[in-house]
Design a protein around this ligand. Structure first.
Ligand code: ZN
Length: 1094
């Protein structure tokens, strides 16, 4: 038995935590109560023999990421707008016929060269024969040049060569910018009125504060609530949210009149307690809804006019809904930061809702997994499925098993149980965790998931203290922490053999497009240094990962880079229909051993293909080749594919251009998201079996069918990056930054994830980048620290309040160094018999993450409109159920939202307006497929900012103040034309400049003397030696550092053409593609809710 004592990771273990006592209750096996709970903790306050500052043998920290330098944040000339290649959706793909004719003479350059290197043909299996010499490689080069001379270089394939900069492309692609130019003031419907100053929301003094007064108070405004309402007009005052969030007591006293609690009557309790087991509200509002319901009968007359049409004359003075009076994301985020950002979040309390993802907070693991690993839609689950169905609140967890932690937080301990391996329940196979209950003096334990009584193996035996807790509980991570790792035994390995370290294979498109854009040269140059920063484990001096290289167009070139060679050797496989790997020895090598040969290869590749005329590419055979190479080497690994065009060359997985924007808004729209060939799913399945993860870097000049090309990355846990109209001068910083981060990040390979639950609920649905061959095991060829898996749960039995519900996520994976490990995350949730408890403990950001993923998967099989309607209906049902069962009685005219969900409408509207569900004219089919694919793996923080971008005013705060300024709401009326703003959504970054901004500011930031001299579309700010310049550039760097992908800056001037692009991100406004404004959508939701209640 190895020593497993370890320092407790967080000091607070030493503090008595009464709330923790909840776990001791008889709920887990009839142990005595928790009256003496402080005692075991007390042990930590004094010296403890096993208490060590450094982990003892057998317990070690999981490796930190390699000590590689961070990806550069220097600003370079990047050319792409956003992730999109706006405006190129209609360009036909494929080379012109002329191109193909020109290609003929030289299409077989490798085979026809007199001294061609080994050409591996399937019929002649001589790949391992005499390798070609470096001279042959040279001859190859010569052969290419010769053939290159035969025919003139082809034109760019197709019509899609981008304009010099993507910005031009973007701006030029808007069908009629003049039309849009007239939009802002005139059409932004109810929002724009009465807010000329564009001030940030002054929530404390809403002009219509009186409307907060409860209808029940009989205020004189009441008539407006009972009469028919019109869209865009007041529905009886601003929505009221119920302050029942467990953790968000109103931060500051609300001014008189701003009664956030809605109706007076019996006052709703203002819970400030953070303990589980909330008291029910005593105001009777939980019973069957009474009085108000009778009012719901009046139908909402605006049903047919949802949107912005003027309604019939209103007898009452029209009351515009004040944008400042509706729930503000900014206010909620600020409040949470103020309330919860200062204290660490300790995970010892069951069912505690964590701070928002937008709040900076530290986590102390006290027995439940950190919210960085798992976030739930609700931390209090209805006891019965009937209740769950009634509420319609999806029960889901967003799990990020390998999440990176801030430096202040400890990585999970690695526990080594030696040959016996981790201790598990015999019946359900759950792993030992803090919730297992030891009984019979410690000789047995009862499983907290299935209640099975298991024997404790002799080597694991330990006495119990008088509270029934093992005396070594706090020396063992698996008995005291929410997250930890076990070293796996050989039983957990494929073929009962310990894995060998994984490999990275770089597979570079060297067709005409790739060479011409400068990509090949840039990439080869970068790899020379980047290979020194492959992920390492712990204190390892160098990475255990081996590397290999392939280049390809319509044939594949493998390279032998064995350290004993003076020069690399190329082997060509031109029969791509039955791909195999022509060499084993010398293909995958250790970087430091083969450095000279690798460097030589990377120097030669750009030269070898400099004059290529080959425009066609293959794709599936490339992945096949990489996967076969890993299979031959008997290891897992990752393929890095750098690809430029639709693979139209004759080969398996050959694709045709099937883009058709006419399908949008038809029942066939779903086909745009579906892969056009089943071959890729089959290929992905093989990759998963081999632990072959595929990361795809796309550099398209036109439609490349992202929906199909991303199938393998998606199913293997890989990432897709897209750089439309790639130009080195514009895009290298973004690409290199992404590449560096991607190559360096720690990855787990050949992984299987299983989520176990305590009796009563079970995992029924999964969303993310992975493959599943059965209903329970999530198979991940690779999994990195950015990827999340969203899991939905359903009831299969009754839960009870006392026991709560438990989740255990177990991830079996191979580390970067080839170690087989199990990472375990545990989370205990509360269960409730009152719906109000559910609504009090929800997390809207996580709900939106789930709903977006659900909807984005839905578009594969259902018309987009159906998907949108489903979302709206579900949201309305959730809110109607609250209104009916939980809210204090009030007028039907009043929209009452649960405090925890008061942002659900605004965020849901953002999802509905997103590219995938409501594309604007400028969004290409590939953009939509790309975003759909990205969102599938996003964590909660990423979906939050992606759907509701952050808009930061830069000149409102004192210039010396370099901290991030408070954001303002994403609406045009919040923009002051005397200011500059940054807007980011995790993928895009804009700097918006108001037309009346002070000349001094212009000079300081842009180095020019007037607004008119600022270059629209600028992507790099000049480095100027003044405070404001430093502040702005520092803030940009800081925003980039927070995101997993490099955001290219685009400078947008007010009233400029590019502003149309920018306005797409002002999500509270009505969108150009028809998306509703926040105010309109809220009215619409209210109507839906009333209909449900009537
Ligand atoms: Zn069990």
């Amino acid at each position: 038995m190895n020593v497993n004592q370890s320092a407790p990771p967080v000091p607070p273990f030493g503090q008595p935590q009464p709330v923790y006592a909840g776990y001791h209750q008889s709920s887990y096996g009839g142990q005595p109560g928790s009256t003496a709970a402080p005692t075991p903790y007390g042990a930590y306050n004094g010296p403890l023999p096993g208490y060590q500052q450094t982990p003892p043998p057998g317990v070690s920290r999981a490796p930190a990421s390699s000590g590689a330098p961070p990806a550069s944040t220097a600003q370079g000339p990047c050319g792409q707008t956003a992730y999109g290649q706006f405006g190129q959706g209609d360009v036909q793909n494929g080379p012109s016929s002329g191109v193909q004719m020109q290609r003929l003479p030289g299409s077989q350059p490798f085979a026809s060269a007199p001294l061609a290197p080994v050409v591996s043909q399937p019929a002649v299996l001589q790949p391992y024969g005499p390798p070609p010499t470096s001279a042959q490689v040279t001859a190859q080069l010569a052969g290419m040049q010769i053939s290159g001379a035969v025919a003139p270089a082809p034109p760019a394939s197709g019509l899609g060569y981008g304009p010099p900069t993507s910005l031009a492309s973007a701006s030029g692609s808007f069908p009629n910018s003049g039309l849009y130019g007239s939009y802002p003031q005139g059409q932004a419907p109810p929002l724009g009125q009465g807010h000329p100053g564009a001030q940030p929301p002054q929530r404390s003094v809403p002009p219509q504060a009186s409307s907060f007064t409860s209808p029940a108070s009989g205020g004189p405004r009441m008539p407006s609530m009972t009469g028919p309402l019109l869209p865009g007009q007041s529905f009886g005052g601003p929505p009221v949210s119920q302050p029942n969030h467990v953790s968000s007591p109103p931060p500051q006293a609300l001014p008189p009149g701003t009664q956030m609690t809605g109706p007076p009557g019996p006052p709703p309790p203002m819970h400030s307690s953070q303990q589980p087991g909330y008291q029910l509200q005593q105001n009777g509002s939980f019973g069957p809804a009474r009085g108000p319901q009778s009012n719901y009968g009046s139908p909402y007359p605006g049903a047919a006019t949802f949107g912005s049409q003027p309604g019939p004359p209103q007898p009452l003075p029209p009351k515009r809904l004040d944008p400042d009076a509706i729930p503000s994301p900014i206010q909620v985020i600020e409040d949470d930061r103020n309330n919860r950002g200062s204290e660490p979040f300790a995970t010892g309390v069951r069912g505690q809702v964590p701070p928002l993802v937008t709040t900076n907070f530290l986590v102390k693991d006290q027995g439940n997994a950190s919210p960085r690993y798992i976030r739930c839609t609700s931390y209090n689950i209805p006891c019965t499925s009937d209740m769950a169905k009634q509420a319609q609140v999806p029960l889901a967890a967003v799990i990020k098993p390998l999440a990176r932690l801030p430096p202040e937080e400890a990585s999970p301990y690695v526990v080594d149980h030696g040959e016996s391996g981790p201790l598990r329940c015999n019946r359900c196979k759950a792993y030992m965790c803090p919730f297992m209950q030891f009984v019979e003096g410690g000789r047995r334990f009862q499983c907290c998931f299935c209640s099975c009584i298991n024997d404790v193996p002799p080597q694991y035996f330990q006495h119990l203290d008088h509270t029934g807790k093992r005396v070594d509980a706090y020396d063992r991570p698996e008995l005291s922490l929410g997250s930890y790792e076990f070293l796996a035994t050989v039983d957990y390995c494929k073929n009962n053999k310990f894995p060998i370290p994984p490999a990275f294979i770089f597979m570079i498109d060297v067709s005409y497009n790739a060479v011409r854009s400068g990509l090949v040269r840039l990439l080869c140059e970068e790899l020379k240094s980047l290979l020194d920063f492959l992920p390492r484990e712990g204190g390892a001096e160098e990475s255990a990962i081996r590397v290999g290289f392939v280049t390809y167009n319509k044939v594949l070139h493998f390279y032998n880079v064995k350290s004993s060679l003076a020069q690399p050797q190329m082997m060509v496989v031109s029969d791509v229909s039955d791909m195999f790997v022509p060499l084993l020895d010398g293909f995958l090598v250790n970087v430091s051993e083969s450095r000279a040969v690798i460097t030589s290869l990377l120097d030669q590749i750009p030269e070898m293909f400099a004059d290529t005329r080959e425009t066609e590419t293959v794709f599936a055979p490339v992945i096949q080749a990489g996967m076969e190479a890993l299979k031959a080497a008997e290891c897992a690994g990752k393929l890095f594919l750098f690809h430029t065009s639709l693979p139209i060359a004759e080969a398996p997985g050959k694709l045709k251009n099937r883009d058709d924007r006419k399908l949008i808004n038809t029942d066939k729209e779903k086909t745009l998201f579906q892969p056009q060939s089943g071959a890729y799913q089959t290929l992905a399945k093989e990759c998963v079996a081999q632990g072959c993860c595929v990361d795809l870097f796309l550099f398209p000049n036109q439609y490349v069918d992202v929906a199909t090309l991303s199938v393998v990355p998606q199913l293997t846990g890989g990432s897709v990056y897209k750089y439309a109209c790639f130009q080195v001068e514009n895009d290298q910083e973004r690409f290199l930054s992404d590449l560096r981060r991607d190559v360096q990040k720690v990855v787990g390979f050949d992984a299987v994830m299983r989520v176990r639950t305590s009796t009563g609920i079970r995992a029924v649905d999964f969303f993310g980048a992975f493959y599943m061959s059965n209903t329970t095991d999530v198979e991940l060829a690779g999994l990195d620290g950015d990827k999340t898996v969203t899991v939905e749960f359903k009831h299969d039995d009754r839960l009870n309040e006392e026991n709560g519900a438990l989740l255990q996520c177990a991830l079996l994976y191979t580390s970067c160094a080839g170690q087989r490990r199990l990472r375990i995350h545990n989370l205990a949730l509360n269960c409730c018999t009152q719906l109000a408890d559910l609504y009090r403990n929800c997390e809207t950001d996580t709900l939106i993450n789930y709903m977006a993923k659900f909807a984005y998967r839905g578009v594969l099989s259902s018309p987009v409109k159906t998907v949108r309607d489903t979302l709206i209906t579900q949201c309305a049902q959730i809110l109607a159920c609250y209104r009916k069962n939980c809210a204090s009685p009030s007028s039907a005219g009043q929209l009452i939202l649960p405090e925890c969900m008061k942002l659900l409408p605004v965020y849901l509207n953002c999802v509905l307006k997103s590219e995938v569900l409501q594309p604007g004219a400028e969004v290409t089919t590939d953009d939509r497929a790309y975003v759909r694919q990205l969102v599938t793996s996003m964590d909660v923080a990423e979906t939050n900012v992606f759907f509701y971008p952050r808009l930061l005013p830069l000149t409102k705060s004192p210039i010396e103040n370099t901290t991030e300024p408070p954001a303002v709401r994403a609406s045009e009326e919040r923009l002051s034309n005397g200011d500059i703003y940054l807007l980011e959504n995790g993928l895009n970054l804009f700097l918006w400049v108001g037309a009346s901004v002070q000349q001094g500011v212009v000079q300081s930031v842009f180095g020019v003397s007037s607004f008119s001299q600022i270059t629209s579309g600028l992507s790099v700010l000049p480095v100027l030696d003044n405070l404001l310049s430093k502040k702005v550039r520092g803030l940009i760097d800081s925003l980039r550092a927070q995101r997993s992908r490099y955001m290219k800056l685009i400078v947008v001037k007010q009233e400029d053409k590019l502003e149309m692009l920018f306005k797409h991100f002002l999500v509270e406004d009505k969108s150009l593609s028809g998306g509703a404004s926040y105010v309109d959508f809220l009215c619409h939701m209210h109507k839906e809710i009333r209909q449900l209640l009537s």
